[in-house]
Design a protein around this ligand. Structure first.
Ligand code: SF4
Length: 354
């Protein structure tokens, strides 16, 4: 890294709409050069962070997210599954760790968790951290005291996506407001938990909505540490089945602009990666994506198999990034220390797609 600690001249929170729209309109090569140069300034361009995502409670969600097969309002034939037992979650986490993942993300299809459900989730967080993995959960809206409980359990990241621009949001979800989302994010921040927050593209939004989605993330102070960018996975039975698909070049542009706006954040290729060619994924890594979901299942949509991902990374000369918890261990610090630390279209809460 060529930037000294506490010296991050490219990190801004005052982006205007016209600034962001102008970035999207740059010639493709100029945009990618700028994004990749910035990426190299703050990250090793040949390292990608690997997260594995497990759906710990599936389906029957009362929310009406138009992209989501887990909404009770969308007839997708998805089998419902109650909240998993802690030991079953741990078994999946051990397998994810053995396969190279450093972060374990757990998603539950709830509007918001009931306090009794949180007891179990707290136990999951503690036990997964004890394995030496970073933890992330996505559980819907959180009250301040619930965020505090998760922080006390040692949770590293909370995923809660804003999904799209404030203007387009009402076309996608009507059962909770943009403001509700921002309130949950504020509660998570106030509790001292890192924020994983991004959105979904390819939902029929306009160019200006993609620009505004990224601007909304970039004006957050601080920026979300993790920014998942999901390409809609169209699921039969959801209102967005048949939506106009986003041109792949536009998707790469979205990744590049996210990298420029939030130079220190991990930008994650999330839902929709299965449909991408190896070449498109390679372009996304060049444009600044440096995190992927890795494993068999991304909440309820198919995710590329580990072996395929490994083969692609080997061809590109990309290595997995060590997790912060693992790095702390290597430096002799206390394992599991709190300081160490859709599903949008297919998962709880906005791709991860939530
Ligand atoms: S995205 Fe999340 S909140 Fe929306 S319907 Fe799906 S599970 Fe429920």
């Amino acid at each position: 890294m060529s930037v000294a600690a506490n010296d991050h001249p490219h990190v801004r929170h005052d982006w205007r709409r016209e600034d962001v729209e102008a970035l999207f309109r740059l010639p493709f090569n100029d945009l990618l050069f700028r994004a990749h140069s910035l990426h190299r300034t703050y990250f090793d361009p040949n390292r990608v962070q690997l997260s594995t995502l497990l759906s710990i409670k599936t389906g029957a969600c009362p929310e009406d997210c138009a992209y989501c097969p887990q909404s009770v309002r969308n007839d997708t034939g998805l089998p419902r599954e109650a909240l998993m037992e802690v030991e079953a979650v741990l078994e999946a986490a051990r397998e994810a760790k053995a396969n190279g993942a450093t972060r374990f993300c757990m998603g539950a299809a709830w509007r918001s968790p009931k306090d009794r459900d949180l007891n179990k989730v707290e136990a999951m967080v503690r036990e997964v951290k004890a394995l030496g993995m970073e933890t992330c959960v996505t559980l819907g809206m959180l009250k301040p005291e619930q965020a505090g409980r998760l922080a006390d359990a040692g949770l590293d990241y909370y995923n809660h996506n804003i999904d799209t621009s404030p203007e387009f949001y009402g076309s996608i979800i009507t059962t909770r407001t943009y403001e509700d989302r921002l309130n949950t994010l504020a509660n998570v921040r106030d509790a001292g938990i890192k924020v994983c927050c991004g959105g979904i593209v390819g939902m029929g939004e306009q160019d200006k909505d993609r620009a505004e989605l990224l601007r909304q993330l970039a004006i957050m102070q601080p920026h979300p540490e993790s920014v998942p960018i999901n390409n809609l996975v169209q699921v039969e039975g959801t209102p967005l089945k048949g939506a106009e698909e986003l041109n792949p070049i536009e998707f790469v542009r979205t990744i590049a602009v996210a990298r420029i706006l939030m130079p220190k954040s991990h930008v994650r290729l999330s839902a929709g990666r299965t449909e991408m060619s190896d070449e498109m994924q390679a372009l996304c890594f060049f444009a600044g994506a440096n995190s992927i979901f890795y494993g068999d299942r991304l909440l309820t949509t198919e995710n590329p198999q580990n072996l395929k991902d490994r083969a692609l990374m080997a061809r590109l000369g990309i290595e997995p990034q060590a997790g912060e918890v693992a790095e702390a261990d290597a430096h002799g610090e206390v394992a599991g220390c709190a300081s160490a630390a859709q599903a949008a279209s297919d998962g709880p809460h906005g791709a991860r797609a939530a």
